[in-house]
Design a protein around this ligand. Sequence first.
Ligand code: C2E
Ligand code: CA
Ligand code: CA
Length: 511
Amino acid sequence: MPFRRLIVRQYYVRLAWGLLAGLLPMVLGISISIWQTMSGVTQDAQQRLLHAQYMFDRTLDNAELAASAVMGSAGKPCLEVMQGLRDQVATVPDVRSVNLTEGETIYCTSLYGPVKGEIDLDDYVEGRLDLMRGNPVTPKRPLIVYRQEAGKHSVLVGVDGYYLLNILDMMSRNSPIGLVVGPQMLLRDSQLTDQLLTPGTDGYLEQVSSKYPFKVVTALSNRDYVAHLWDYSKVSLILYPLLSLLFGCWVFWLTGRAASPAQELKRALAHQEFIPYLQPVVTGEDAHWSGCEVLMRWQHPRQGMISPDRFIPMAEECGLIVPMTRSLMKQVREQFAGRVHILPKGFHFGFNISASHCKDLSLVEDCRDFIDAFKANPIKLVLELTERELIVADETTDRLFAELHALGVFIAIDDFGTGHSSLAYLQAFQVDFLKIDQSFVGMIGSDALSSHIVENVVDLATRLELQLVAEGVENEQQAAYLQAHKVTFQQGYFYGRPMPMTDFISQLTPR
Ligand code: C2E
Ligand code: CA
Ligand code: CA
């Protein structure tokens, strides 16, 4: 996979990490928001129930007060006590009527005085409270009747539904609250129903009065939670998406910092991950090892050995190819230092040099350092310049190549035949070798037209009076052909693949 594609893939991996990292606070935030809303809405409902129960208790306290005040009148003639009943209605808050009964018969009312009416004691929960749909005076307005008994007599105090509905209305702010007395439930819209909310209902909450036989209830639905999401989770709803975005971007940036091509190459260079592989170059005549080409490999800690085609273009783009080549030359130099005598006389070391390395004279120093390391058994240093990337001749290059030649460095045109180097070009750079591109060597032995092309390339090189190196020799037929055409050097898998320096040295030694 080319290095650029690798970077694109890394970009998507980073994007995925960024999204994942962004999702984390989001999921956390949503969970916290849901939890905050649920506990907030539940707490609010519990408080409303408590408040409602307290207010109903207070209302019934008033009824109890009125009942207690007239309890002494129970059993006395109505005309005698009637005014006392009316006084209670007039003075005690929430009280609409005060009536007296004997058994199940009402015999005296604050409104009409002596009457004869029936009540059903079974309607009174624990004999004390009756929630009614209405009475003959206000048939459409629910009311509650509080009953207090003394022997066969009792006092009935009517509390107007108006007060009850007021409380329910106030307290049903976020979810409807119901007042439950026995089998009946009153809701804020005057609705009286026997369809009670029970503990089995979703989100059911209740508050039971300890003084009177009633309770207040509510059921929180999912809709209630959603409706109040903003009220209880403002902070989370603003903070967490923001945090998610920031965190996601931060992770994206952080992973990108490590993965940018230049950074990655710099890191690899600092860790000496670019190592030389050597491929033997043999003489055309008798195929003995007369030199080698140094080929760069990236020993990546996670991706294993990476071939140069995948990272050299990027290294050239990032301006890192010069220090990388320098590091390669240094490694080869140091590997052979102290054992230069194992090398055959006049052994060639070929290095691939990018055009950008020829922009100043630093290459001269690099070559000098290399050559000096082999003083005890002088070698030939060959710089391979690819024909695909022609160098523009100017003052600097003129000086550079003059100094290189003075130093005894050889110049080879790599991939010859694939570019456009002219005779003038070859002379300008005082080229010593031509490396015939492997695509031409591959044509040997194929159809007549291809063979013709190979012959022409070989002829051209011979007429230019330059030494020839044939690259990519893979079989005996190609080797024999090149030998017959007097090609000076050959290089290819047929003679040896690029290999680590230690392998190269151990294969070289017996020779
Ligand atoms: P190149 O300079 O033309 O190197 C020859 C390439 O052909 C090498 O590929 C080598 O392994 C391969 N090869 C050798 N014999 C055979 C054969 O018999 N058959 C076939 N099919 N291939 C053969 P490698 O090592 O992958 O290098 C690829 C290219 O990367 C090189 O092409 C060169 O242009 C560049 N390169 C390698 N090392 C360096 C370096 O240190 N600096 C620069 N600037 N470029 C380098
Ligand atoms: Ca080369
Ligand atoms: Ca080549």
